[in-house]
Design a protein around this ligand. Structure first.
Ligand code: IPT
Length: 271
């Protein structure tokens, strides 16, 4: 027996950690994992991956790539012989899904920085086509509004360290008084820290930075990164448990929702 995994590019840290966790937890149950990494997220490409999985006798599929609600719902509906579990879809999507609580983590970053006295914010979002990037940005803005902050400046990166580096110059240029940058993932935060060092915005002129993911490396960034921990191993474990339980039912239920917690880890990049 086998599972299918459709994933975003494994060159990113989070999806590769999630894929590794899925593979190891599946193997504990003697399940092989067949991995597909489609270039785009169009209906045709995804449907042909599902057809290939079906031809390999796969009956359970985990999809860890950003999909809009209507597309995820269509794939789930039109492949109702497969147990499909989605990891990166909007909260209101009518499909089975396991994901992290974005509100908890994003809100905690804003509250932490506000309590430290920050009032001038830069927001570095992930790519606009990413569901999680939009959800995190939306929560930052809502939380900032609740504190009465309406002048935060937004830039969009592409999850990579190099985009974090480049966008920092734009943010600081747009508002030189920014004292905190909230970043949508650790890889971009690494680039932000590097740009701030280059701009000599360290020591007395320092800018606080928060990341997101708590990848293992973030503890060794300079300074050690304050970030939102998402337990990717737990996500992989729960995804395998849920998809195997969906597969055991005939037909597989279309809507089972699981929300996993996140946690703010305060280190040296916020003051
Ligand atoms: C999300 C990560 O937080 C982000 O860093 C990036 O790697 C992205 O994945 C790639 O799609 S986590 C995902 C389960 C929403």
């Amino acid at each position: 027996p086998a599972l299918g995994l459709i994933t975003s590019s494994l060159t990113y840290h989070a999806p590769s950690q999630i894929a590794a966790a899925i593979k190891s937890h599946a193997e504990e149950q003697q399940l092989q994992v067949s991995v597909a990494m489609p270039k785009g997220a169009e209906y045709e490409a995804l449907q042909s991956v599902l057809n290939e999985f079906r031809a390999q006798n796969i009956r359970g599929v985990i999809a860890n790539l950003p999909l809009e609600s209507s597309l995820a719902e269509r794939l789930s509906r039109e492949n109702d012989d497969l147990a499909c579990l989605f990891l990166d879809v909007p909260p209101e999507t009518d499909v089975s899904c396991v994901r992290f609580d974005h509100q908890e983590g994003s809100g905690a970053c804003v509250k932490h920085l506000w309590e430290l006295g920050h009032r001038q914010f830069g927001l570095l979002a992930g790519p606009a086509q990413s569901i999680s990037a939009r959800l995190r940005l939306g929560c930052w803005r809502e939380s900032l509004h609740r504190f009465g902050v309406t002048n935060a400046i937004t830039a969009w990166g592409d999850w990579s360290a190099s985009s974090g580096w480049a966008k920092t110059f734009e943010l600081i240029h747009a508002n030189p008084r920014i004292s905190a940058i909230i970043v949508a993932n650790d890889q971009m935060a690494l680039g932000v820290l590097s740009a701030l060092a280059q701009l000599k915005r360290t020591g007395a002129h320092s800018v606080s930075v928060t990341g997101y993911d708590d990848t293992a490396d973030s503890l060794f960034f300079q300074p050690a990164l304050t970030t939102v921990a998402q337990d990717f191993n737990l996500l992989g474990q729960r995804a395998v448990e849920i998809v195997t339980s969906l597969m055991a039912q005939s037909p597989p239920p279309r809507k089972v929702l699981t929300l996993l917690p996140t946690r703010l880890v305060v280190r040296e990049s916020t003051y």
